[in-house]
Ligand binder design. Structure first.
Ligand code: NAD
Length: 311
């Protein structure tokens, strides 16, 4: 059977960590792309990943390049290229620089991999995913972004810590934009079937909600020179795997909503079914009045960001 191919545009912290996870799991060959000035650096990272194969027992093909011809025929392309959020910088301030990067890289992706699915990680990710969708001309099911898996993972981690239990038993669901307005759905969050409301007091849950909404900024502040990359790479890996292995996973993704959730022409975090066709379905939840208000507020924030796009 022909090996699958995943290209990663932007080989910084998240891009190279994602390459390492894909290589370790050996689900596809990997092409790491970056700018000419980083040619040697990404060659070094690639060699480093390859050399760990001898110890960890994988022989996945991983290659670095600055030439998009090497990405030809990719099944999935992940975009992490751009500038990360630095201390004190809001996601909104990233928009100008990163929109230009999205336009530039999407042109190349489409030229060499016209059949691929694209997953965007670059922030502000809801708006950047919209830019890539428009620029690519692809059907919306083939273009998506990552936020909900990471935001839910942060929520799960804080819940597990509060309860002193295994994180794998916690199943939270976070929807909406990837920012301060994200909506952790408490009613849909549970610990192996036990509703969260029955295990933690309201004040503690609200504290965890706030910490989740601030989860990216908390790490930016602690790192001092960049943003989180282990969990973000793990989150995007889960999406890549769902598509490459056609797993039909039910995962939150930034998906194109034009109808669902009463939204019009907007990319935002919603529950989706991910398989080989990309976003094969958007799952519409029956939200309470309060949840609807919160989701609407989040959608407004994403729409405002989208309105600042130049393209
Ligand atoms: P990083 O600075 O370590 O890596 C970015 C890489 O992109 C750099 O190597 C840079 O040279 C490269 N790049 C820039 N312009 C390029 C271009 N035109 N073509 C090819 N490569 C280019 O940053 P990072 O920590 O890997 O984060 C990447 C992006 O992902 C940031 O925008 C960050 O905010 C975002 N992010 C999003 C999430 C999420 O949940 N959606 C989580 C973490 C990070």
């Amino acid at each position: 059977m022909k090996r699958k191919k995943v290209s990663i545009i932007g080989s910084g912290h998240t891009g190279s960590t994602l390459a390492f996870i894909i290589a370790l799991r050996d689900i596809a060959d990997v092409i790491l792309v970056d700018r000419e000035k980083n040619k040697d650096k990404i060659k070094g990272k690639t060699l480093d990943i390859l050399q760990s194969g001898s110890i960890l027992g994988f022989d996945t093909h991983v290659k670095s390049t600055v030439d998009y011809r090497d990405t030809a025929g990719s099944d999935v392309v992940v975009i992490t290229a751009g500038v990360p959020r630095l201390p004190g910088m809001t996601r909104d301030e990233l928009i100008q620089t990163n929109e230009q990067v999205m336009i530039e890289v999407t042109e190349q992706i489409v030229q060499y991999s016209p059949e691929c699915k694209i997953i965007v990680l670059t922030n502000p990710v809801d708006a950047m995913t919209y830019t890539v969708y428009k620029k690519s001309g692809f059907s919306s099911e083939r273009v998506m972004g990552q936020s909900g898996i990471l935001d839910s993972a942060r929520f799960n981690t804080f819940v597990a810590e509060a309860l002193g239990i295994a994180v794998n038993d916690v199943h939270g669901l976070v929807l909406g934009g990837h920012g301060d307005t994200m909506v952790p759905l408490i009613r849909h969050s549970q610990v192996n079937g036990i509703p969260l409301n029955e295990l933690l007091p309201q004040e503690k849950i609200q504290e965890i909600v706030k910490r989740t909404q601030n989860g990216g900024a908390e790490i930016v502040k602690l790192l001092g020179d960049g943003s989180a990359y282990y969990a973000p790479s793990a989150a995007v890996y889960e999406m890549v795997e769902a598509i490459i292995l056609d797993k039909k996973r039910v995962l939150p993704s930034i998906a194109y909503c034009d109808g669902p959730y009463d939204l019009e022409d907007l990319y935002i975090g919603v529950p989706t079914l991910l398989g080989s066709r990309g976003v094969e379905k958007i799952i519409e939840l029956d939200l309470t009045e309060e949840e609807q208000q919160q989701f609407k507020h989040s959608a407004e924030a994403v729409r405002e960001l989208k309105s600042t796009l130049k393209g």
